[in-house]
Design a protein around this ligand. Sequence first.
Ligand code: 5AD
Ligand code: SF4
Length: 452
Amino acid sequence: MERVSGKGKDVYIETFGCQMNEDDSERLFAFLNEIDFQKTDEPEDADLIILNTCSIREKAEQKVYSTLGRLKALKKKNPDLIIGISGCVAQQEGQRLLKRIPHLDLVIGTQNIHRVDALLKEVSTKGARVVANELSATISSGEYRPRLRDVKKVKSFVSIMRGCNNFCSYCIVPYVRGSEVSRPSPEILEEVKTLASGGTKEVTLLGQNVNSYGTSGGGDVSFPELLTSVCRVEGIERVRFITSHPKDISMELLELFSAERKLCRNIHLPVQSGSDKVLERMKRGYTADEYLEKVFLLKRLYPGTSISTDIIVGFPGEEERDFEATMEVVKVVEFDSIFSFKYSPRPGTLAAKFTDQVPPDVRSRRLEVLQAEQKQITIKKNKALEGKTVEVLVEGRSKASEDELTGRTPCNRVVNFPGELALAGSIIEVLITQAYSNSLRAVPIERSLLCC
Ligand code: 5AD
Ligand code: SF4
């Protein structure tokens, strides 16, 4: 098929939501760049605007509609402007979006990114308004190609699988991302090698549930085997992975924390709740004690491993004592960081039909209490690093100050320090001088004393 030419044309992509969406946006741009589109940071300058959207909570979805509303004026000014929406809201709403948003031209579902060229052609040559949101049980060849080779990025995400088969009762992901499929490992390794040859030093392997990589179609090796191979790629200095489901985490995986030097001792292990009653209604497949057992085993065997988590407060039927059980887990584990959310009913999910919804003001109060507790824990943990030497992978200029560089420790803490931009991409040792709640300040030093 004849291709659309983006020569001399600019695309503006705005990304909402999680790391999976960030990676999808990068892939989307790579496909557009193949047909000569360039990137712009200004929607006013764009010939094509795509919002890559998130529907995990109602608030995220509303943000998409208000942004789409603001684009109406741009379309009026420039009727040739093409406006598209991709990601989870596109997948979920499909055709309904075209009805609701008259100035919308294109709806690209979560598994149709690689078709953007053909879809644009229908819009630009036939003047059609197009929806592509079919879901498939397999990954078609070329879906994850291409990868931009000319962008030097210190760190990068690499999707190793898509979809989710868990159907936690609150979650929209299995509906908008489809069933779980793993990418073949040779293709993943090829991508990591390409990134390494372009200067990437750190990769984060991405999946909704990375521990089940290779178990439900597509993958030809186990997740620990894949991780081991990725750690062996020359030029890659650090490897991370997200997200791990607590029910699927194995000893074989944990052992890699000592076997593989490049694997950062850093794990995201969403607990969601500390109440067995709530966990059961969430369909999480573990009890609070089973979760704690794994966490304490991890802490005992691999000291210094940083653990982060996701928590939902105000899930239907959550009583005060259930919330207290969650607070208890937060206090005993002392997570390095938490991502906490008020429960948001998602149409079509099981939990949205539960009749014992928690009132919004109770959800808000619980979230405040939880976040205040965690803030103290994070500050305490960060303070304990003052005066210590840590390794930092230098990412580039700090957003906060032009004169400073920014990087992360193996435990994923943000560190800002003075230095020359030429250091970007190298791993250096710094002395932590001051701890804040979300970052650390430091000065570069010559020699390692110890690590966080
Ligand atoms: N309401 C609130 N939080 C949710 N999450 C997923 N679905 C919902 C929902 N309906 C949270 C979970 C998940 C994270 C990515 O988002 O904590 O781990
Ligand atoms: Fe959603 Fe549960 Fe799948 Fe995570 S594991 S994406 S919370 S259904």
